[in-house]
Design a protein around this ligand. Structure first.
Ligand SMILES: Nc1ncnc2c1ncn2[C@@H]1O[C@H](COP(=O)(O)OP(=O)(O)O)[C@@H](O)[C@H]1O
Ligand SMILES: [Mg+2]
Length: 199
C-alpha cells in the first residue's frame, strides 16, 4: 500500500546530469536475469572489476547479498519475489540518480516485475541482460547445490524446477553462457556500453 499523503518531494540542487558530467559516464541499470547457475553473479563480478579498472563508477546488487539485509524479511513466494524485485528496482533507481552504473544479479523470473522496474527508469536507462543457459546446463553446474536440494524436495518453489522462469521477450542483450566465456561476456557488454555512449 502506498502512503504518500503529507509527504513532499524535496529536490537536490546537484542533479543526476551534474553527476554524470563529473563522472564522465551515464548511469544505466544493467539488469541481469536468468536461471540460478546461469552466470549472473559470475559475470557481474567480473564486469564490475573491468569497469572499476576503467575508472567507471558502478555498484553490484546481488540476490543473496540483498536477502541478507534489506530484504531479509522476504521469502520466495510469488508475492515475496515481486516485492523483492520492486525494492531492488527502487534501490537501482537511487543508484541511477546517484550516478552509478548498477549491475543487478537476480533471477527475477517474472516478466511483469522486470517490466515494472523498466518503467521506473528513463528511456535507455534500463538494459535488460538475459543470461541464457539451459536448465540442463545450470543443473549440471549447480554451483550452490540448490538444484540437487530442489530435486530432493528440500526446496519448494525453485525456479526452473517447480516455479516458472519467464524469458525476456525483448532484452537489450542476450549472453549465452553455454557458448561464451565470462571474458567474452564482459567484453561484449562493455562494447555495448561504449557503442551507445553510456561510457
Ligand atoms: N560462460 C560462463 N559465464 C558465467 N558462468 C559460467 C560460465 N561458464 C561456467 N560458468 C560457471 O557457472 C556458474 C554460474 O554460477 P553463478 O554465477 O553463481 O550463477 P547465478 O548468479 O546466475 O546463479 C559458476 O560456477 C561459473 O563458474
Ligand atoms: Mg547469483
Amino acid at each position: 500500500m502506498t502512503q504518500t499523503k503529507n509527504i513532499v518531494w524535496h529536490d537536490s540542487v546537484v542533479t543526476k546530469q551534474d553527476r554524470s558530467k563529473q563522472n564522465n559516464h551515464q548511469s544505466p541499470v544493467l539488469w541481469f536475469t536468468g536461471l540460478s547457475g546461469s552466470g549472473k553473479s559470475t559475470i557481474t563480478v567480473e564486469l564490475e572489476k573491468a569497469l572499476f579498472e576503467k575508472g567507471i563508477r558502478s555498484y553490484r546488487l546481488d540476490g543473496d547479498n540483498i536477502r541478507h539485509g534489506l530484504n531479509n524479511n522476504l521469502g520466495f513466494s510469488p508475492e515475496d519475489r515481486k516485492e523483492n524485485i520492486r525494492r531492488i528496482g527502487e534501490v537501482a533507481k537511487l543508484l541511477n540518480d546517484a550516478g552509478l552504473i548498477t549491475l543487478t544479479a537476480f533471477i527475477s523470473p517474472y516478466r511483469q516485475d522486470r517490466d515494472n522496474v523498466r518503467k521506473l527508469l528513463a528511456d535507455g536507462e534500463f538494459i535488460e541482460v538475459y543470461v541464457k543457459c539451459s536448465l540442463e546446463k545450470c543443473e549440471a553446474r549447480d554451483p550452490k547445490g540448490l538444484y540437487q536440494k530442489a530435486r530432493a524436495g528440500e526446496i519448494k518453489g525453485f525456479t526452473g524446477i517447480d516455479a516458472p522462469y519467464e524469458e525476456p521477450e525483448h532484452p537489450e542483450l542476450v549472453i549465452d553462457t553455454e557458448n561464451k566465456s565470462v571474458d567474452e561476456a564482459v567484453a561484449e557488454i562493455i562494447a555495448y556500453l561504449e557503442t551507445r555512449n553510456y561510457i
